[in-house]
Design a protein around this ligand. Structure first.
Ligand SMILES: [Cu+2]
Length: 124
């Protein structure tokens, strides 16, 4: 856990202005993201497990296939990834995918830097 935090701190320090935070809350059987859309660049997932069993976070899409180790009950974790524009799947990989199938999955859309998020166009 210490090593993950250190890596996240280094990644944040080297790109201080542009790192985006996404808060992730894990429970049975939900995964809540504080936002569904982020601009491309370094993204730090701030993860909190509020559930009654261990969970984890895994991100796939656009060539990315990375995740945390298990996050125990009441524990927190961070995951910093450099994401380019595209659609990503954020999910709990535990129990051979059964947590994901029970509902622990969300879609994260990464927009090209400087582009307003989809769905924000006026009058649509
Ligand atoms: Cu889980």
């Amino acid at each position: 856990m210490k090593r993950i935090l250190l890596l996240a701190a280094l990644a944040t320090a080297s790109s201080a202005a542009s790192a985006q935070d996404v808060s992730v809350t894990l429970s049975e059987w939900k995964m809540r993201l504080s936002r569904d859309t982020v601009p491309a660049g370094p993204v730090t997932f701030q993860i909190r497990n509020t559930g009654a069993m261990s969970h984890a976070v895994h991100v796939t899409g656009e060539g990315v296939d990375k995740g945390t180790r298990q996050i125990a009950v009441k524990e927190t974790g961070t995951l910093t990834l450099s994401l380019k524009a595209g659609t990503y799947e954020v999910f709990c990989p535990l129990a051979e995918g059964s947590h994901k199938m029970a509902g622990m999955t969300r879609t994260l859309v990464v927009t090209a830097a400087g582009t307003p998020p989809a769905g924000s166009k006026p009058g649509a």
